[in-house]
Design a protein around this ligand. Structure first.
Ligand code: T46
Length: 134
């Protein structure tokens, strides 16, 4: 499984840093929605689902978080710990977010509006959906 981490251009000067994201330039799809997670309690695991068609770019704008990606064949773990790197998460990918550091903020750029019907929340159903279980 290929992990796609995008370096995000920093515009830094003596005042500090700024990152700008433009759709189809820095984010590889049209952005329909942005959301962010913050104040995540210690020990919590978020996600634990896949999406049928949604594509996303995850940016940990503050702190750090561990991301598990699973395509039904292989599992990979990625750490996001800086605001100038984006992790692309395709559809048909099981994801789990854990080990949020104190004060971590995980921002997500999404290719579609929120749609509960796009979620696969059962792991066996996910394996069937990606053709790894019959
Ligand atoms: C994903 C990972 C990375 C909304 O009303 N609108 C939204 O756009 C979202 C994302 C969520 N919600 C509601 C639905 C739930 O009542 O917010 C609540 C928490 O959502 P959820 O439990 O799905 O959050 P996570 O952190 O488990 O997963 C989220 C995204 O839902 C998901 O698409 O890929 O972050």
């Amino acid at each position: 499984m290929e992990i796609k981490k995008y370096p995000l251009q920093q515009h830094g000067d003596s005042r500090g840093h700024l990152v700008a994201l433009e759709e189809k330039v820095d984010v590889p799809f049209e952005i329909k929605r942005v959301y962010y997670m913050f104040d995540t309690k210690s020990g919590v695991i978020r996600g634990m689902h896949a999406h049928k068609s949604l594509e996303q770019l995850l940016v940990c704008v503050h702190g750090s978080v561990k991301i598990l990606l699973d395509d039904g064949t292989e599992k990979r773990t990625v750490f996001l710990d800086n605001p100038y790197e984006g992790l692309y998460v395709s559809n048909n990918m099981w994801r789990e977010m854990s080990e949020f550091s104190e004060g971590a903020v995980l921002m997500v750029f999404a290719s579609k509006y929120y749609d509960e019907n796009d979620y696969i929340r059962d792991y066996d159903e996910f394996l069937r959906f990606v053709g790894k279980k019959f």
